[in-house]
Design a protein. Structure first.
Length: 195
């Protein structure tokens, strides 16, 4: 009797391990096959206020940023407003730091896709908000439109949702990449940081 119980436990443990491997590989296949794969450049960000339907550009008329989904199931989002200040020196003053922080957002984590819904599971964030972020998406060729759920704006506190339009970034051709070299950007007469 003891031998049969031991055999049963080994079989059950093996089956559980095999099931876990299948679950993990299914998650990776989902990420590898996602239509969202790649890097997307922000084209517009419009906020719509709940109740009134008022629409406005919370980050200015020409915000900038990137959204990227990779085959390993990781993602990041980085957005900056179009009217950001430029620090006067390499080390911003405290006042400049506050203004710079108020005009950006960034986060990273893993993601899952369920139909027309992408769920961002955050593990790093500009404001330490490490909750899941649900995004509804629509693809039209190289244009990705993402609509957030209703939430309170961190900028003005009004309830509403955002509509962000992204365009897929095309990889550079080998000729364009070699012609461009690896230029270092300078920022307002401040040399680029070396990492």
């Amino acid at each position: 009797m003891k031998l049969r119980c031991r055999e049963f436990l080994h079989l059950a443990a093996g089956a559980a391990f095999a099931g876990l491997l299948l679950l993990l590989s299914a998650t990776n296949v989902q990420a590898e096959e996602s239509q969202l794969l790649g890097t997307w450049k922000l084209k517009s960000w419009v906020r719509e206020v709940a109740g009134t339907g008022e629409r406005y550009s919370q980050a200015g008329e020409r915000p900038d940023g990137y959204l990227s989904y990779s085959a390993d199931g990781r993602m990041y989002a980085f957005i900056i407003w179009d009217n950001r200040i430029r620090p006067r020196a390499a080390v911003p003053t405290d006042e400049e730091r506050i203004k710079l922080h108020q005009t950006m957002l960034a986060y990273a984590g893993t993601y899952t896709v369920q139909g027309d819904k992408a769920i961002h599971h955050l593990d790093a964030s500009w404001d330490q908000t490490l909750t899941d972020q649900v995004r509804f998406f629509k693809l039209d060729g190289d244009i990705l439109t993402i609509t957030t759920g209703f939430n309170r704006s961190q900028v003005d506190g009004r309830e509403g949702h955002s509509v962000l339009v992204w365009e897929k970034v095309k990889p550079p051709t080998s000729e364009a990449a070699s012609a461009a070299g690896n230029p270092r950007r300078t920022f307002h007469n401040v040399p680029a940081c070396e990492f």
